[in-house]
Design a protein around this ligand. Structure first.
Ligand code: SF4
Length: 332
């Protein structure tokens, strides 16, 4: 049984992030992004009413309690709803956030969402309880949105999504961040978002939203579609300049300027089986390098390597070479 609570994992945006996965595998999402690190969307749904099974509040709180008893609060900067799909698909999200804030009032709660369900008042109500909401916005015109995010049927168009972001911003008291994934492609005909008309639309929408924070990202891990590649740092700089012109008060965070070197210093003793479960829980949420797992779990790289090799032999993982090193990808 895979746990709902995983990590903490080092995050370039959130420091040491204790993950909550409110949808669980197989991936349930309203999008099927070309750059998703979890492969194609298996449960293609567009409403919280369609999520089945649903992770319950009690289940989450029980796991969270036991995790905190084990590791304490020191190695946690954020408690983050993310995981293996779109967190706002869980109809219990609001109740879950309230329960966490009662149980662990000293730790901020973040939600990473793809923004597609913000038109629903109950989703806006749930998100309003979080301290930080990171809203995905990779494109602001329908053609680029469909090319990159590949929304499932019945998801609103991008104009309506942007309108609901503006609506949410009016009453939200926490930090509103936009997360933008800039992508390039080896296919000349693919509609990329870092130049031309697609970028102009994106910049206009940022101007109209005026977020507190903008997280500029580009794929650094293995992605779903092989033709997708990261943009150069020079492109990130150009886009950053354009954003500063229209949203001078927004804080801009760039993935290429935040090298993760966080040592979590987790000292609790674990058996080999427990360690295997933790490694697997991480890899089910995202491909990682040995150094990422070692840093996240506070375990020597050589021990992680031994575990990964045995998982490859038993067909649970494959290794994928990329510019940043070898990533281990769950295929189980
Ligand atoms: S990147 Fe996020 S929003 Fe896109 S398909 Fe993957 S889980 Fe869904």
């Amino acid at each position: 049984m895979v746990s709902v609570v995983y990590g903490p994992v080092p995050s370039w945006r959130l420091g040491r992030s204790l993950g909550i996965d409110p949808t669980m595998l197989p991936k349930a999402c309203t999008f099927d992004c070309v750059y998703c690190q979890l492969g194609r969307t298996v449960r293609r749904i567009s409403s919280p009413k369609e999520l089945d099974p649903v992770v319950e509040v009690d289940e989450l709180i029980k796991e969270l309690k036991s995790k905190i008893e084990k590791i304490g609060l020191d190695p946690i900067d954020f408690i983050t709803f993310s995981g293996t799909g779109e967190p706002t698909l869980n109809p219990n999200l609001g109740e879950m956030i309230s329960a966490i804030k009662t149980m662990v009032p000293s730790k901020p709660v973040a939600v990473l969402t793809n923004s597609s369900l913000l038109h629903l008042i109950e989703v806006r109500g749930a998100l309003s309880k979080a301290d930080l909401v990171c809203l995905k916005l990779d494109a602001a015109d329908q053609l680029t949105f469909e090319a990159i995010n590949r929304p499932v049927s019945n998801v609103p168009g991008i104009e309506e999504i942007i309108e609901s972001i503006r609506e949410f911003k009016k009453s939200y008291k926490g930090v509103l961040a936009l997360q933008i994934m800039l992508i390039d492609s080896t296919k000349p005909s693919f509609r990329v978002n870092f130049r031309g008309e697609a970028l102009d639309y994106l910049i206009d929408s940022i101007a109209s939203i005026q977020p507190d924070q903008i997280q500029l990202n580009t794929p650094t891990r293995p992605v779903t579609e092989k033709h997708i590649k990261p943009v150069d740092p020079a492109i990130l700089s150009v886009v950053e300049e354009r954003i500063i012109e229209v949203a001078p008060r927004s804080e801009i965070m760039r993935v290429d300027k935040r090298e993760i070197s966080i040592k979590l210093m987790r000292k609790e003793k674990r058996s080999m089986d427990e360690l295997r479960d933790e490694v697997l829980a991480l890899l089910k949420r995202r491909p990682c390098r040995i150094i990422d797992i070692s840093t996240a779990l506070g375990v020597e790289p050589a021990d992680i390597e031994t575990i990964l090799e045995s998982m490859i032999r038993s067909g649970l993982l494959k290794d994928v070479k990329s510019k940043r090193g070898v990533y281990y990808v769950y295929i189980g």
